[in-house]
Structure formats: C-alpha cells, structure tokens
Design a binder for this molecule. Structure first.
Ligand SMILES: Cc1cc2nc3c(=O)[nH]c(=O)nc-3n(C[C@H](O)[C@H](O)[C@H](O)COP(=O)(O)OP(=O)(O)OC[C@H]3O[C@@H](n4cnc5c(N)ncnc54)[C@H](O)[C@@H]3O)c2cc1C
Length: 467
C-alpha cells in the first residue's frame, strides 16, 4: 500500500473523551472495529487509516455539539458522506472522530418554479433524481458512485454531464455550514446570482471538509429535456475519437454527455457488464434538446465521426437501454480494476485545455503501453478531463511504485499543458505535491485561509496540504 505524508501520526483520544461522546450522543456513537474500518478505508489504493469513533449526526445541533467537543479537546473531526472519494479524502490520518452525515438525508424543499432545491448533505444523488423526476426536473452531476450531495460539494465533483451542465461549482447556489467556532452560517440566499461580498459558497465547495461541515445545500436544477438520445460509436484510433469530440465542441454542438473509453476499457466493460461492444476506442454520447434540435446535433457529430474513422452509431433511445449503457459506463472503474482478479484499483485524473487533449491522451496511452500493469483510459473528454485506472497486483508491491511514477508523469504532462492535476477527484492525500507544482505560492494563501477558519486544525487535518 502507498505510504503518504500525512503530516503527523495518529494520537490516542484524550482520557474520557469517548465516554463524553457517549453521554452526549448515546447510540449515535459507534467505536467497533468494523465501523471504524468502514470509515477509514476507501475504494482506492490507500492503506486504511481508522478513526477512533464514528458519530452519526441526525441534525445540525448534533454537528454543532460535536464540533464544540472536538475543538475543546483537540480531537480531529472528519466529515464523512458515502466514503466513495478516491484520493484518500475522508481517511482519518490522525485518528479522531469520523462524522457520518448519511442520517441527515432529508430533501427539505423543491422550488420547481425557481429550478432549485434544498437538501441535507446525506441525500444521495440517485435518490434526489428519483424524487425530482415527477416534477420534470433533474440534478445533473453524476460521479460514478452514488455519492452524497455533501461529499460531492466538498470534492467539487462532476461526472458525465459536466460538459453541458457544469460541475458542483456551478450546481451549488448556497450552503449552510457549521464552523469550527460552532456557528451556523449561510453563504448565500437562493438568488441565481449575487455580488454580495466574498463568495464563501465557492470557497467551501471543494474544500474537502477542511474548513467547515456542510449541513444544508441549495442546488440548481434543470428541466428534463424533451428528447434524449444516446449512442455508442467505435473508432479505429484513440486520436480519431478525441478529434471527433474536440471538433464537435468547436462546432458549438452542446453535447450533454461524451465519454471516451479505450480498447482495453471496452474489453473490461464487456466482461464486467456482460455487453458485446467492439473492443476498440469508443465514444458514448448523449444528446439533449427538442426532437429537431437533437436530430440536428446528431447529424453534425455523425459527419465528424465519419471523417475521423468512426463506425456506425448504435442508438439507445428507450430509457431502459440508455440506463443500461450509462450503468456500464458508471461501473467502468470496477470493470477496469477487475481486469485482474483480486487486484487493487488506483484511479487518477487530470484535465487539460481542449486543444491539448488529443496530445495528452496519446502520450499517456504510449506510457501505459510501456508497462505490463493493466491500465485503461476513460473519461469525460468533453471538458478535457480523463482518468487512468490501474489494476494492481496486491502481491507485487513494486507495481505501486511503477504506477506512482506513471501518475507523476501524467500530472507533469497536464501541468506543462496548462492543465490541472485533478479535474474532479480532489487533492486528498494523493495529490498534495502536485497541488504545489500546479499553484505554487497560492497554496500558502490556502494555508492562511485554513489557519483563520480552523485555527486548531481540527477539521480533516492532513488533507489538501499539511500545515
Ligand atoms: C466507481 C467510482 C466512480 C467515480 N466517478 C467519479 C466521477 O465521475 N466524478 C467525480 O467527481 N468523482 C467520482 N468518484 C469519486 C467520488 O464519488 C466523489 O469524490 C464524491 O464526490 C465523493 O462523495 P462521498 O459522499 O462519497 O464523500 P466522501 O468520500 O465521504 O467524502 C469526500 C470528502 O468530502 C468531505 N465531506 C463529506 N461530507 C461532508 C460534509 N457534509 N461537509 C463537509 N465535508 C464533507 C470528506 O471529509 C472528504 O474530504 C468516483 C468514485 C467511484 C468509487
């Protein structure tokens, strides 16, 4: 397992602290091994780093009370959603208390006429969409996992729809946050835009639980489009697939979703999701709009695909066919990891300006071909973001070092192209040195903000940067 620089070792809880928690929170506190494991391990390649206890918050008063206790006793406090983040973002590197937010899962209000809703942080994205469907609305941000809205806001998540609908940066209108001072603040009202002071909403979005605990989120919603068409198209080369995407965007086609999967990823998807796609570089598309507008978009993209060595478009117009297609895409991570039985997954992502995307993917692919470790390329290419998923043999520790070196090269390449070391997974533990390489002195400004917001370094310490 990878050994990360976590800034300090775990400290035992102060004497009597667990008993104090039990007095205040009763059976909302758990400290058994299994529950601690569940909150200290992740899908990804990081070793387990367990909290000493887990508290299940049921309301804002619980969060305020726990915050006050942790600050008073100097105990680390790590907010926890669904635990699906993949850069070690929710690991308890210094022990302490993991604050599970999933019992705060109420949809507080849907303001259909304003296209927004107010939710508690433990609401999961799939449940929110089920709730919204009857009102003709949807929430577009869809990381592959059924994450919580609080976790998604905190990692500035995105997904397959981001090319058209943006990321959590665009989706969050306002937040209610519990601060380390025990105050409950609201960062904005429900207005669509505001020029009222510092934009605290965007400061908390992506802050990975290091500045405050989100207890309510106001989200921007969208009408379900009149027509939706999904299609799959394979290509002779990865370049042909990427060029089709770049040219479609340059032609102004408002693609709703466009995902690239390389040949090995398609092989993995076929095996994992029991599909029979051609095992070649492939694009998954979705088009939204009125029926005539969708038809127009499709014609433009088909013509571009043909010019770039694309084959036939295989259409999925019925909702159940579309769902099957996108479920296969969302499970692509598990498909890739399971290219080897019992393997450990390591997923990384970078994002570059569109004009550099083809070059970045081509060079990354060449690096992967030099290695014997199975690794796939897939990603949200419509906004220049792609992932590599490695399938690592747990009995071959040298593979971790090899993957770390490939990952490092990928990040350096993206930065040299004026891109970013992560388009959506966040910094967590794994990309701290990459953040410094990317933003230099600006990271010192981030540290200053952290020291002012959380002077005792209680909240998710050791993440994004060490102090
Ligand atoms: C198969 C798979 C596919 C994925 N695909 C994508 C993808 O396409 N796009 C993408 O962006 N991500 C993707 N991810 C990563 C993951 O789903 C996202 O990072 C997601 O946003 C994490 O949400 P969560 O609820 O699991 O949060 P957690 O993992 O529990 O926490 C994430 C971070 O948020 C903090 N946090 C959680 N709740 C709160 C709160 N209420 N207040 C303050 N801080 C909080 C935690 O401390 C931690 O730092 C994928 C993961 C998997 C396993």
């Amino acid at each position: 397992m990878a050994q990360e620089n976590t800034g300090a070792s775990p400290k035992p809880l102060p004497d009597g602290f667990l008993a104090t928690l039990q007095t205040r929170f009763g059976d909302k506190v758990e400290s058994g091994q299994a529950i601690r494991e569940q909150h200290g391990s992740s899908e990804a390649h990081y070793r387990s780093m367990l909290p000493d206890a887990v508290v299940f918050a049921e309301n804002t008063d619980d969060v305020v009370a726990l915050m006050q206790l942790c600050v008073e006793h100097g105990v680390p406090l790590i907010p926890f959603g669904a635990g699906t983040s993949i850069e070690g973002n929710a690991a308890a590197v210094r022990g302490g208390v993991s604050l599970n937010m999933t019992r705060m899962d109420r949809i507080v209000a849907v303001n259909a006429e304003d296209f927004d809703c107010v939710v508690q942080p433990g609401v999961r994205r799939e449940e929110l969409n089920l709730h919204l469907r009857d009102q003709g609305l949807f929430f577009p941000i869809d990381p592959g996992a059924n994450a919580t809205i609080g976790g998604m806001a905190s990692t500035r998540a995105s997904g397959t729809n981001a090319v058209r609908y943006g990321t959590m940066r665009d989706a969050v209108l306002s937040l209610k946050v519990v601060t380390p001072q025990g105050k409950v603040i609201r960062t904005a009202r429900r207005a669509r835009k505001s020029a009222a002071g510092y934009d605290l909403t965007r400061l908390y979005v992506g802050s990975e639980g290091t500045l405050g605990i989100i207890v309510e989120i106001t989200l921007r919603l969208h009408p379900i489009p009149e027509a939706i068409s999904s299609a799959v198209c394979s290509f002779e080369t990865l370049d042909g697939a990427v060029d089709t995407v770049v040219q479609s965007i340059q032609c102004g086609v408002p693609l709703a979703r466009v995902e690239i999967l390389d040949a090995l990823q398609m092989k993995a998807v076929n095996a994992w999701s029991n599909m029979d796609y051609r095992e070649a570089p492939t694009l998954f598309f979705e088009f939204h709009g009125s029926a005539s507008f969708v038809a127009e978009q499709v014609e433009t993209v088909k013509a571009l695909a043909q010019d770039n060595g694309g084959g036939e478009f295989a259409w999925s117009n019925l909702p159940e066919e579309r769902n099957k297609l996108w479920r296969a895409r969302h499970e692509a991570y598990y498909a890739a990891v399971n290219l080897r039985k019992g393997a450990i997954g390591w997923a990384t992502d970078v994002c570059v300006p569109m004009s550099r995307l083809a070059e970045c993917i081509r060079e990354t692919h060449a690096d992967l071909e030099q290695s014997a470790i199975p690794a796939t390329i897939l990603g949200h290419v419509g906004d220049g973001n792609f992932h590599v998923v490695f399938s690592i043999d747990p009995d071959a520790p040298e593979e971790m070092d090899e993957v770390a070196a490939i990952n490092q090269k990928m990040v350096e390449r993206a930065l040299a192209m004026d891109g970013t070391c992560t388009g959506e997974h966040g910094i967590g533990l794994g990309k701290q040195s990459s953040l410094v390489a990317e933003l230099g002195e600006a990271v010192e400004q981030m540290r200053m903000i952290k020291r002012v917001f959380d002077p005792h370094n209680i909240l998710n310490p050791g993440k994004i940067f060490t102090l």
